[in-house]
Each structure stands twice: as structure tokens, then as C-alpha cells.
Design a protein around this ligand. Structure first.
Ligand code: COA
Length: 344
């Protein structure tokens, strides 16, 4: 799906961004100690060499302040402060997540209640790690058509309850965290705006990454728990190859669709799955690796939260400057993938 080429009366821009993480940081060595209790073995040098991850944050089970919607609340408040809007200004809350507080109601509704955003239409969006860019695309279209003026978009996950501590390939690469953005209406010729987006899905590749039980397909029984079927499963090597190719293809298609080149891009903000994937993509595209934003080393893969949290950090520390061109670039379970070009 790509942005309509005919002229719309409005455009949208990212008016504010924010992020929040749980308190507890878990180093690779601490994780290795934890999974040893489940009969699995790993170590810090292996994780650093194969993934670039050094630590991640995990929400404390049962801590109300570290639920997905609670982290989302903290991230949303920061994004709204930057945008200069209050809860009653929000027309929609789009909550991109694959680790909702509860299956029903949606995490968007939990957040709506916490914020007191009474006017907002609130719903969840599950495109796994691609969720933030999928949400950005949907928000931009709602704003272009005049349906909304301010949309609060979350990319937010508490993945730790879905990790299989016996599976050393999977449990080492994920973490918990939350990113939020306020997407606001602006004139269609505004210099700072979302220039375009392309999102795609291919459901035939569902088995690269999935959770067999816990949905309506399969109830969580003692036997399911014993076999860890209610936990995430992935084909790591296949995803690695898919991700490298897809992120590179996404980037080229996105800039070309806007009549630009990769040289015009100031920062690439890719989904943070593995540092080696990001380095391979930069090499494949001959794109300077110093212009690729990275936070996977400190927070691991936080799925839908990786792009907004990496972006928030770089906005707040001054690396991203007004007028710069940002290429958001994602892939995820489904499979889903896509990119967006944003003039900050
Ligand atoms: N600690 C120590 N050894 C480990 C290990 C761990 N945590 N995980 C796997 N190994 C071992 C394997 O058993 C294997 O041993 P063997 O050679 O004796 O069989 C060896 O390390 C290499 O395993 P392999 O699976 O080839 O490693 P890899 O280099 O592909 O790295 C991933 C594994 C998961 C880090 C990597 O494939 C990856 O990041 N894939 C992408 C995953 C992803 O992005 N998922 C999110 C989707 S949004």
C-alpha cells in the first residue's frame, strides 16, 4: 500500500515522540544465570558477538507500573508534552503491540482510560515488529482524509512473559519497552511531514515466527505449558536472511518512490532485531553505518517499540535535527514489512 499520489488537503507530521522502559536491566551474564535454571546455556561473549545485545529491560511480573499500557502511558505523556497537546485533543489511539495487557479489552482502551482521553477512538494493531510503521501509515491516511487531527500512536511491548527460557536462541534477543508518537495534521506543503510510506504483508511465511497456543486455536493447558507452546518460536537463521534482504529492499523502494536516493537520507531507523542484521543492511546498501540509529545493544529487540524508542533517544540527545530526512524501516512476524520517509 503506498500513499495516494493525488493531492490531499492535509498532510501529517510527527509532532511529538516519547519512550519508557521498565526499571530492571538484565545483563547477558544475569540472563545466562537465569536460563541455567531452565537447563539452557549461554554466555555474554556469544550474545554480544552474534547479536550486539549487552542488556535488556524486563518488566517485573505483577507490577502494575510496568504493564504494557503503563509503560505506554509514560511514553505517551512525553510525546504529548513535546507536541503540546492534552488527552482531550486526541482523536485516535492506535496501539501497535503483539503483547497486549489482555486479549480483551485492547491495550489501547486500557491506555485511553489511564490518560482520560475520552474523545479518542482506541484500538490495537498487531503487525508484530512492523507495528509502528503500519500504524504511522494508517494514522497518516486518517489525517489526510480529515478524519482526525491528532493521533496517538504507540509501539509498545512487554514480551518477557512470552519468552521460553529453555530456548536460548529466542529468549536472549528480546526485551520490554514502549515508544509513543503524536501524529498531527499539518498543511500539505509543510516542510516537516510524513513524505510517504509503504507497508506489505505475506501470511504464507507465518511459520518464521509464531506462538502456537494462547489464541483461540489452542487453549493453554498443562500439556501446552509443558511443551512451551504458549511461548514465542522462531526460525532464527531464516529470519536473519529474510530481514537483511527485506530491510535493504524496503529502503531502496521507499526512497525511489519519492524520487530520492539513499544519499538524501540523514538517519535510517531500522527495526532493532540484531546488530549484525543492521550492519549487513548498511553494507548491502553502501549506506554509512554511522547514520544507522542503534539501541538494540541496551534494550534488545522490543518489537514494535524499537523504532520509536530509537528515534526518541536521537531526537532528545540532538542527533536528529529539524529538517532532517528519516527513513523508518521494519520487518516482523506475519511476515510484515515496510518503510516510511519522514521529514523531521
Ligand atoms: N548461546 C550460545 N550458543 C547458542 C545460542 C546462545 N544463546 N543460541 C544458539 N547457539 C548455538 C547453536 O546451538 C549453534 O551451535 P552448533 O553450531 O553447535 O549447532 C551455534 O550457536 C550457531 O547457531 P545459529 O542459530 O546458527 O546462530 P546465529 O548466528 O544464526 O544466531 C540468532 C542466532 C537467533 C541470534 C540469529 O539467527 C538472529 O538474530 N536471527 C534473527 C532473529 C530475529 O531477528 N528475530 C526477531 C524477528 S522480529
Amino acid at each position: 500500500m503506498s500513499r495516494n499520489s493525488h493531492v490531499m488537503p492535509f498532510a501529517s507530521r510527527i509532532a511529538g515522540i516519547g519512550s519508557a522502559f521498565p526499571e530492571t536491566s538484565v545483563s547477558n551474564s544475569a540472563l545466562a544465570e537465569k536460563i541455567a535454571n531452565y537447563g539452557a546455556e549461554t554466555n555474554d561473549p556469544w550474545i554480544v558477538e552474534r547479536t550486539g545485545i549487552r542488556e535488556r529491560r524486563f518488566s517485573q511480573p505483577g507490577n502494575e507500573a510496568e504493564r504494557n499500557s503503563s509503560l505506554g502511558y509514560r511514553a505517551a505523556i512525553k510525546a504529548m508534552e513535546m507536541a503540546g497537546i492534552g488527552p482531550m485533543d486526541i482523536d485516535q489511539i492506535i496501539y501497535a503491540t503483539c503483547s497486549p495487557d489482555t486479549l480483551v479489552p485492547s491495550t489501547a482502551c486500557w491506555l485511553q482510560s489511564k490518560l482520560g482521553a475520552k474523545r479518542a477512538l482506541a484500538y490495537d494493531l498487531n503487525a508484530a515488529c512492523s507495528g509502528f510503521v503500519f500504524g504511522l501509515s494508517i494514522a497518516d491516511q486518517a489525517i489526510q482524509t480529515g478524519k482526525a487531527k491528532h493521533i496517538l500512536l504507540l509501539g509498545s511491548e512487554v514480551l518477557s512473559p512470552f519468552l521460553n527460557w529453555k530456548d536460548r536462541q529466542t529468549c536472549i534477543i528480546f526485551g520490554d519497552g514502549s515508544g509513543a508518537a503524536v501524529i498531527s495534521q499539518c498543511p500539505s506543503d509543510s516542510p516537516s511531514r510524513i513524505l510517504g510510506h509503504q507497508i506489505e504483508s505475506d501470511g504464507t511465511q507465518w511459520d518464521l515466527f509464531y506462538m502456537p497456543a494462547g489464541g483461540s486455536n489452542q487453549e493453554v493447558t498443562a500439556e501446552v505449558i509443558e511443551q512451551s507452546l504458549n511461548k514465542m518460536q522462531m526460525k532464527g537463521r531464516d529470519i536473519f536472511k529474510f530481514a537483511t534482504r527485506t530491510l535493504a529492499d524496503n529502503a531502496l523502494k521507499m526512497v525511489e518512490s519519492q524520487g530520492l536516493t539513499l544519499q538524501d537520507v540523514d538517519w535510517m531507523i531500522p527495526h532493532q532485531a540484531n546488530l549484525r542484521i543492521l550492519e549487513a543492511v548498511a553494507k548491502r546498501l553502501d549506506f554509512p553505518v554511522e547514520k544507522v540509529l542503534v539501541n538494540v545493544d541496551r534494550y534488545a529487540n522490543t518489537s514494535a517499540a524499537t523504532v520509536p524508542t530509537a528515534m526518541d533517544e536521537a531526537v532528545r540527545d540532538g542527533r536528529i535535527k529539524k529538517g532532517q530526512l528519516l527513513l523508518l524501516n521494519v520487518f516482523g512476524a506475519g511476515v510484515t514489512y515496510g518503510a516510511a520517509l519522514v521529514r523531521w
